[in-house]
Design a protein. Structure first.
Ligand SMILES: Nc1ncnc2c1ncn2[C@@H]1O[C@H](COP(=O)(O)OP(=O)(O)OP(=O)(O)O)[C@@H](O)[C@H]1O
Ligand SMILES: [Mg+2]
Length: 461
């Protein structure tokens, strides 16, 4: 019915009254806040890029608290053997502390970030800020320690990183049975590693005193199937740390690597498996070489353009050596505490010396082919044997044959259902005497060509 100019006038009038209303509302909000007897404190999930640990403590504390009074509950079973864990699932929770009432509310913004809002009466300000807040952080940490589940994280490809930063890593509960007791290796070396780990995990004061970031790097090297991944699992079980298994090939550049590192929690082991295979660490240098060569030969405008494009594309597709070095000992690794970094490789010689120099990787641990001492541990694990008449023969055969503990274990496990120790040991002797040389050759050649064996962590996802 209305002519166009009238329509526009009505629309403008509406917009201006909405604007006025919003302005008035904002003013009245401020007015109410100014005279309100209530005080608000906000605690966000992230402080810049850094995860806010206070947020986690509050979440744990409120999640566990007073589930009997909550109307909405969420049930989960942490471990198969454990009872159901009930958590409250309300967005608003009332809490009482020393006769003071406080209200907690959780808000999620449009980008998916969450913030806790704590509201209390002005007259309780001192008690809330001085002792209540301290009380919940401590309670939260205690509950966490009591329920501590180890996690195994792996990084998501950056294309799936959403505004909610939890998407940087995905995780599952870590339940690997490996332990240092069952790890077959030289006992002296094992002792040395155990002492080193103990010194590290109790070293908070020491690291502070010497002014170093509280972190330690281990380089595990050795042929396939010698127990590198198993040792990482044993380390995690020993220290009760979570594992972050970094898949370097899913990371586009150094800045993504930094983001991932900042997104890890303390008391964790950051693992980069098969460092020689997963990263083209010579990439930067080969680009420079390529560029120089190109400068000499490719003079035309068109070809120069192609060259630029190539360099750019190469640059964005992988993490560089300097990025990785920064990751290990640069300023970024100092922003978290109590981290262990583990690299594994089958080919020490392929690694850039800068990456493995002492001080950067604090300890180099070689896991070697099966020795007689290691065999005895495996026989104890698999067959429950302390000694056996065939041991003398096996001892002399092991001195002259290279066989990975994984292959020894496989032979010992075959007859497990019958618990036939003699049969298993005979199989092993056959394998050692070369009746099974095919297998050994396959292993040797896969080692030579960097072909990867089964990785127990990757397969869990
Ligand atoms: N030293 C060892 N002690 C006990 N078990 C071992 C040892 N080495 C290997 N095993 C057994 O062999 C299997 C494979 O070993 P693991 O995955 O740890 O080898 P790896 O050194 O990581 O090999 P890769 O270089 O191929 O990754 C393990 O599941 C474990 O049962
Ligand atoms: Mg491995």
């Amino acid at each position: 019915f209305f002519p166009n100019h009238l329509k526009i006038a009505i629309k403008e009038c509406l917009i201006s009254s909405i604007q006025q209303f919003t302005f008035v509302q904002r003013l009245s909000d401020r007015f109410v806040t100014f005279f309100s007897p209530y005080v608000e404190i906000k605690i966000s999930q992230y402080d810049g890029y850094q995860y806010n640990h206070a947020f986690a403590s509050i979440e744990t504390y409120l999640g566990e608290k007073a589930t009997d009074k909550a109307k909405h509950l969420r049930a989960s079973q942490v471990k198969e053997s454990k009872d159901l864990v009930l958590k409250r699932d309300d967005t608003r929770t009332r809490d009482e502390y020393k006769g003071v009432n406080v209200w907690w509310e959780i808000e999620t913004d449009s980008e998916g970030y969450r913030t806790y809002k704590l509201t209390f009466h002005r007259r309780s300000r001192d008690i809330v800020t001085d002792s209540y807040m301290k009380h919940i952080f401590e309670e939260g940490k205690l509950i966490d320690a009591k329920n501590k589940k180890m996690k195994l994280y792996t990084n998501n490809p950056s294309s799936s990183w959403g505004p909610n930063k939890t998407a940087l890593w995905r995780c599952i509960d870590f339940e690997h049975p490996a332990s240092f007791d069952t790890l077959a290796m030289d006992s002296k070396k094992k002792e040395e590693i155990l002492n080193d780990l103990a010194a590290f995990s109790n070293g908070k004061e020491y690291y502070k005193k010497i002014g170093k970031a509280w972190k330690r790097g281990y380089l595990l090297h050795g042929p396939p199937g010698t127990g590198k991944s198993t040792m990482i699992a044993a380390m995690a079980n020993l220290l009760n740390y979570s594992i972050y298994d970094v898949e370097l090939t899913a990371i586009k550049d150094n800045s993504e690597l930094r983001k991932l590192l900042i997104g890890t929690a303390s008391k964790s082991i950051i693992v980069i498996e098969d460092i020689d295979c997963s990263l083209d660490l010579t990439g930067q240098r080969s680009i420079k070489k390529k560029t120089k060569k190109n400068e000499r030969f490719l003079m035309s405008w068109k070809k120069d353009k192609e060259k630029d494009k190539e360099v750019k594309e190469d640059n964005k597709s992988f993490v560089t050596l300097s990025g990785l070095l920064n990751f290990i000992d640069g300023i970024w690794s100092a922003c978290g505490q109590e981290r262990i970094i583990v690299f594994t490789t089958n080919h020490m010689a392929k690694l850039d010396p800068a990456l493995i120099r002492r001080g950067r990787m604090d300890m180099h641990i070689e896991l070697s082919y099966c020795t007689f001492e290691a065999f005895k541990i495996l026989a104890k694990n698999y067959l429950d044997l302390d000694t056996h008449p065939m041991y003398t023969k096996i001892e002399s055969l092991l001195k002259e044959t290279k066989i990975a503990p994984a292959d020894v274990a496989e032979n010992l496990m075959k007859k497990k259902s019958e618990i036939d120790a003699d049969g298993s040991l005979n199989d092993l002797i056959d394998a050692l005497e070369g009746k099974n040389t095919q297998k050994a050759t396959v292993d040797e050649s896969s080692e030579k060509h960097g072909i990867k064996r089964f990785n127990p962590f990757r397969n869990l996802f």
